[in-house]
Design a protein around this ligand. Structure first.
Ligand code: ADP
Ligand code: MG
Length: 463
């Protein structure tokens, strides 16, 4: 924040006194108690100390605004508009500068100084919602709207890497900061939490306040978000500190939001903590389907001056769909290549995109996956006969494996639903569409199924 006016305040009011012939009584009563609260190139906010003279903001505004503006300009060369608030209002809003008459840019800067993670720019506005993440998104919005520990507590989000957990956590934080400034909020990664615990334990030998300070930091909040909890697991003292923090906040009805790479049931933890973590309904985020991948790429295109044709976007979406991070990486690579390789005015062509993504694509075995191979692996895993799976039969023991095949083929091959239907000897693609959606939906609530898919992905080497 700028401080030119603040730094020169004594000279400014001195100038005012001298040039406007203020007598000492007026000067001491009205002018001396004023305090600069915030300032920008065009505006400044001044607090009036109402404990000394009552709320006289109106009077000061009327009588001294112009003289003060002129004095400021005379001393600092800054031409600003002034506004006045009482000290109490100023203190109440401390830290949440949205209230001051600052420009948008300055508000943003001040917030980012206080909450550095906001620099990621991630928010609900730039989160693409699709079937693979809609439940997680809806729960995140619900908690952000009412962060009172009563909607989902804890909100537990889990998924493989690069699928949007951190993006959602940042979005929740941003929403709460902007819309519920009365809530005290802290976001941390489990890595930072661990470092804090280790540091304060080390310090506590010399400094008695180290541990209380740590507790104050993490327990004196209304909302605590902790990202990538799996990295805490296994570190005894940190784990203990975390659980005490968790219990304290949970019992006090504070909102907890946790992300992890696996569901609570699979974390290496005491049973009672798994139960606690599960109590607010753990929610899974799945890899993006083709449409989601395209939507995300289109969003990136909106912010880019290099425009790619739909065919090229489609090629990226088809080949880099394991995670959104991978998708973004692939997209950035194509853009970079096009900057390096194409001549002015030349459009990115398929060949260029293939070249850019060569390493990425040969790195993943995905492109070598065929429907037949997936069907073999699934049949083998469920111990069902391939012929029965491909038959007309509809008994449950083969319906689920069949739908799992549809799901895996849709995720890890570039076959259309029609082609998948043919491979599985189904009459039309709506059966495949239904099967894929059924598995996607069930995976969110059926942990056994989720685990089966995870294992199958490992077997297929696409994890
Ligand atoms: P995770 O925390 O699950 O590993 P991130 O939240 O870091 O994943 O997401 C990886 C990248 O993908 C980030 O750049 C993020 O902004 C982007 N991303 C993830 N999900 C979405 C989405 N639904 N819409 C837009 N961007 C997304
Ligand atoms: Mg993350």
């Amino acid at each position: 924040m700028e401080t030119v006016i603040k730094d020169n305040w004594t000279q400014i009011i001195g100038f005012l006194k001298e040039n406007y012939n203020l007598n000492s009584v007026l000067y001491r009563t009205w002018i001396e108690p004023l305090e600069v609260i915030s300032e920008s190139d065009t505006e400044a906010v001044i607090a009036v100390d109402e404990s000394k003279s009552g709320d006289v903001t109106g009077l000061i505004d009327k009588k001294y605004r112009i003289p003060l503006q002129i004095s400021i300009e005379a001393v600092t060369n800054k031409n600003v508009t002034l506004s006045f608030v009482t000290k109490r209002t100023a203190e109440k809003n401390e830290g949440v500068s949205s209230y001051y008459n600052e420009s948008e840019e300055q508000k943003k800067k001040a917030l980012e100084e206080k909450y550095p993670w906001l620099q990621s720019g991630q928010s609900f506005d730039n989160f693409v919602v699709s079937s693979s993440n809609s439940l997680a998104h809806a729960a995140a919005v619900a908690v952000a709207e009412s962060p009172n520990g009563q909607v989902y507590n804890p909100l537990f989000l889990y998924s493989g890497p690069g699928l949007g957990k951190t993006h959602l956590m940042h979005s929740i934080s941003r929403y709460i900061i902007e819309n519920h400034p009365e809530y005290k909020i802290r976001y941390t990664t489990s890595e930072n939490f661990t470092n804090d615990v280790i540091d304060s334990m080390r310090e506590s030998k010399q400094n008695k306040t180290a541990l209380p300070n740590l507790r104050e930091k993490y327990r004196n909040v209304d909302v605590l978000l902790i990202d990538d909890i799996q990295f805490i697991i296994g570190k005894d003292s940190t784990l203990q500190e975390f659980f005490h923090t968790f219990e304290d906040l949970f019992i006090a009805g504070k909102q907890l939001i946790i992300s992890s790479d696996k569901p609570p049931s699979e974390l290496d933890l005491e049973e009672r903590y798994k139960t606690r973590f599960s109590s607010g309904l753990p929610i899974n985020i799945l890899p993006p389907d083709y449409e989601t991948a395209m939507a995300i790429l289109r969003l990136k295109q909106d912010q880019s001056d290099i425009k790619l044709e739909d065919e090229i976007l489609g090629y990226i979406a088809e080949n880099a769909r394991n995670s959104i991070r991978e998708l973004e990486g692939a997209y950035n690579k194509v853009i970079l290549f096009s900057k390096l390789l194409s001549r002015p005015g030349e459009k990115v062509n398929r060949e260029m995109a293939e070249k850019a993504l060569k390493d990425l694509i040969s790195d993943t075995s995905k492109n070598m996956l065929t429907a037949d191979y997936i069907i073999d692996v699934v049949c083998n895993h469920y111990n069902v006969d391939k012929e029965r799976l491909l038959s007309e039969r509809r008994t449950e023991d083969i319906t689920v494996p069949r739908q799992v095949c549809m799901y895996l083929c849709s995720q890890y091959t570039s076959l259309t639903q029609k082609a998948i239907a043919e491979k599985l000897h189904r009459k039309n693609h709506t059966t495949v569409n239904h099967g894929v959606n059924k598995i996607k939906d069930d995976m969110l609530v059926d942990n056994d199924l989720f685990q089966t898919i995870t294992i199958l992905k490992k077997k297929l080497n696409v994890d």
